[in-house]
Design a binder for this molecule. Structure first.
Ligand code: HSE
Length: 422
């Protein structure tokens, strides 16, 4: 009889329970033990062996693979022990990989084990393994996508139901998308971890997440969504990484997460609700887009169990498994500061409705070499102020910031929002 693959699972939350349910019909895989924080917590599944001491799992010589679906940074030391004990790792932990991946991957290589992490980026969408294998012939120039389902759900609802940010956040929390403390999603941290992981494998460079610019969706109001719509755009939280040549220095990476106005003609504009989408550009493939469920019990379990089965199919044959999935690079990327990036901008300005105000805005743009694509006053508000929309042509981030400071010197003009245009 074929030897069973023996698993130790750390974490039995939504994803952990999904993994146990999906594995329940697979007789060649055995869950030896599951580690949880709170043994008395009510769960809708039961497992044969459960512990609140994860060391029992990472030190258990019977276990071949550790499946870590607990999340957070507390598991870092546990996974290091597991790797030193020659256990393969399957993890969904994006924050851990984005912050400490280098150390874990180095340790895994030394100990001849693999770390599989399909579920860490975009839940159920196969991305990591395809990039490392089927797309390995490519030199990539760009990866961009909607990597956070919660924020995409909130922005979709704001647009479709004309609701405020707070109302949509509450809906997202009621549906279980957003946490009680939604900071990780709405302030762009979750998408930042994911784009760091993707940039690492797409560009074969280590990434310093401290140098990734990130901005969330908390400043987006329904008025911005409505105005963007009138100008032919949707507002999306986009994570992107591009190879650039700056000051004759090639192979610089521009990695960032922030809201953008996406033209309705672009495919990312059609991605609604909690769906994720990732666009890759490279040679020879050209453009390729992956779309699907970026979170949830079963989509995420699909990726976790896929990784487990990939390990299982190899482990019986060989001592060294899945060499294409092993991290072989150790050089850090040169990352561009957001001030040095070039973008088009949407500005929503509130101004006192006096003669010459639009002229002042135009002059400030001219002073910093900013060319306008559009400037429009939306009538006069009840309080006699004017809402003025500006869309610029491409200019440096540092210049738009200087222009905003300059134009706000007069108390009559206030820039209420500034959103980059894709
Ligand atoms: N919180 C994430 C999201 C899912 O909303 O997309 C887990 O990475």
């Amino acid at each position: 009889m074929e030897k069973k693959l023996k698993l130790g699972i750390i974490g039995l939350g939504t994803v952990g329970q999904g993994v146990v349910k999906v594995l329940s019909g697979m007789h060649d895989i055995e869950i030896v033990c599951v580690a949880v924080k709170n043994l008395s917590k009510k769960r809708d599944i039961s497992v044969d062996s459960i512990t609140d001491n994860p060391l029992d799992i990472v030190n258990n010589p019977d276990i071949d693979v550790i499946v870590e679906v607990a999340g957070g940074l507390e598991v870092f030391d546990l996974l290091k022990i597991a790797i030193r004990n020659k256990k393969h790792i399957v993890t969904a932990n994006k924050e851990l990989l984005a912050r400490h991946g280098s150390e874990l991957f180095d340790l895994a290589r030394k100990n001849n084990v693999v770390i599989m992490y399909e579920a860490a980026v975009a839940g159920g969408i196969p991305l990591i393994y395809p990039i490392k294998t089927s797309l390995s012939a490519n030199v990539f120039s760009e990866v961009a996508g909607i990597l956070n389902g919660t924020t995409n759900y909130i922005l979709t609802k704001m647009e479709e139901e004309n609701l405020s940010y707070d109302e949509c956040l509450l809906k997202a929390q009621q549906l279980g998308y957003a946490e009680t403390n939604p900071k990780g999603d709405v302030e762009g941290f979750d998408a930042m971890y994911k784009i760091a992981i993707l940039s690492n494998i797409v560009f074969n460079k280590r990434i310093d997440i401290g140098k990734i610019y990130h901005e969330g969706i908390t400043n987006i109001s329904s008025i911005d969504i409505k105005l963007a719509d009138e100008f032919g755009y949707k507002i999306k939280l986009v994570a992107q990484a591009k190879k650039m040549c700056i000051n004759q220095e090639s192979d610089m990476l521009d990695i960032r997460v922030h809201p953008v106005l996406v033209s309705k003609n672009q495919s990312l504009a059609d991605i609604k609700n909690a769906t994720n989408a990732i666009l890759l550009k490279g040679f020879p493939v050209g453009e390729v887009m992956f779309v699907g469920a970026g979170a949830g019990e079963f989509p995420t379990a699909s990726s976790v169990v896929g990784d487990i089965l990939t390990i299982k199919s190899e482990i019986k044959e060989k001592n060294k498994i899945l060499p294409m999935t092993v991290c072989h690079h150790s050089e850090y990327a040169k990352q561009i500061n957001i001030d040095d990036t070039v973008n088009c901008y949407y500005l929503r300005i509130n101004a006192v409705n006096t003669p010459g105000t639009i002229g002042k805005i135009g002059l400030a743009c001219g002073k910093f070499n900013i060319n306008l694509s559009c400037i429009l006053q939306k009538g006069v508000n009840d309080d006699r102020s004017a809402t003025i929309i500006v869309i610029t042509e491409e200019c440096f981030e540092k210049d738009i910031n200087l222009m905003i400071k300059d134009v706000e010197k007069t108390s009559e003009i206030k820039v209420l929002n500034r959103i980059r245009v894709m």
